[in-house]
Write a protein that binds this ligand. Sequence first.
Ligand SMILES: [Zn+2]
Length: 269
Amino acid sequence: MIDSHVHIGGEAEGFIMNEELVLQSMENYGVDISIVSNADSVEYGDDLVMLPKEKQVNQEETLARIIRFCRENPGKIYGAFWCKPNHELLTERIDEMIAMNRDIIVALKVHPFLSNLSFSDGKMVSYLDMAVKHHLPVIVHTASDSNSSPMRVYEMACRYPQLNFIMAHMGLGTDNKLAVDLMEKAENLYADTTWVPVETTLEVIRRYGSERVMFGSDNPIDGVNTYACNPLGEPSVYQQYFGVLKEMISQEDYENLMEKTARRVFGIA
Ligand SMILES: [Zn+2]
């Protein structure tokens, strides 16, 4: 089983997510592989006030921490490079680090909300060109704000037909309808299940097949038991993904959703 949407870092944003929590929760809940990005790359707070200088961590450092985590856990942890497109340029050093670690760095991660930058902004171009060069799929946080709208991802999916784009959350805080409908218009648009109701995932499978959607969770954003419940003890949506969903779709679809789509899209052998 693969979780395609896992984090470490992000202390400046108030998150408590680290390597130990990721490994412990994977063991507790039977997750074999996690694709991890480092939230130390956030550029703005939730209030869209830019983080002060002393709280900013540069891209090279955030990528280096991911690479370390992957190398210490071969076959178990893969990395997504969370870029800082609003305030940092893509350096040669970053390009080199990705080239040298392409076996474990399997995606580019973009968070338009916490970068306070539209996903279709011109500042994205050098990063997406880099993704083309290294054949990296692009994971994009999508939500109800204009910067993170699934529409922006669709626009870039049209401009970059050679890249695959994963719409994380399928529009967080929305009814997911826009994201689901856009998948019809661009075959290089994929979905992840992070905070997505099971009903939406079933609709994606029904309309486009289980090759277009992959399991993701934001683990360990709610602590070591994110897969089961939030800190208040309220059950998480993932209990359904681990439980009842198995009986609602074919075994083949379930395997695609929980493992094989991610394996194929991220090129994990
Ligand atoms: Zn996330």
